[in-house]
Design a protein around this ligand. Structure first.
Ligand SMILES: *[C@@H]1O[C@H](CO)[C@@H](O)[C@H](O)[C@H]1NC(C)=O
Ligand SMILES: *[C@@H]1O[C@H](CO)[C@@H](O)[C@H](O)[C@H]1NC(C)=O
Length: 180
């Protein structure tokens, strides 16, 4: 194909990559396509060894889509004990975005996230960051005593690729056991 005839196609592609309009965000990912689902992980392993070695209490992995199913991520929340403090950690995997009837890994497209939550009877926590981690995003000013805690949190992720109108904004409730 000559470059001159390719050019309109490239223009169209460039336009299709624009931020989704209200119209396009209402569309669901191409029905009936074999690649219409994001790649996902089987459930399983916890966060990095550093967490497991430190009396960590972790949530399950959550599989979450953003508004309009333009984005997808899997995320896990852990808390672990240091000698004089308690640390909140988050890790993401399988971050993907939907474009042109298929799901793609984040690769060059970053994503950012924000977390706000409460350890019932243990204190509030919050933090923000970028990328898949694991990331320590909050250190409790005083070590949380050993015990079982109910956790309630909100997770907001923008990206990969798409902007805030395709954000993942979810809440989770789970319980954790913290060692001493
Ligand atoms: C992930 O994959 C498993 C099995 O392949 C499937 O049962 C599950 O529904 C998938 N989860 C999501 C969120 O796509
Ligand atoms: C996320 O969802 C919560 C609860 O529905 C809402 O209060 C909050 O405003 C949302 N945040 C954003 C950034 O949309």
């Amino acid at each position: 194909m000559q470059l001159s005839s390719l050019f309109p196609t490239l223009l169209l592609l460039a336009c299709a990559k624009a931020i989704p309009t209200d119209d396009s965000i209402a569309k669901t990912p191409a029905d009936g396509q074999s690649n219409a689902e994001p790649v996902n992980s089987s459930t399983g392993e916890l966060l990095a060894d550093v967490v497991m070695d430190n009396n960590a209490g972790c949530s399950p992995w959550y599989n979450w889509y953003g508004t309009g199913r333009w984005t997808y991520t899997e995320v896990q929340f852990c808390f672990y004990q240091r000698s004089t403090s308690t640390v909140a950690v988050v890790a993401q995997r399988e971050a993907q975005y939907y474009w042109g009837a298929a799901w793609y890994y984040a690769r060059g497209y970053g994503f950012s996230w924000n977390i706000q939550g409460t350890l019932v009877n243990g204190g509030d926590f919050e933090g923000s960051g970028k990328g898949a981690g694991p990331t320590e995003y909050y250190v409790f000013p005083e070590k949380v005593p050993a015990g079982t805690y109910a956790v309630s949190l909100n997770y907001n992720q923008v990206g990969p690729y798409w902007e805030a109108d395709a954000a993942i904004n979810e809440s989770a409730q789970f319980s954790i056991v913290l060692g001493s």
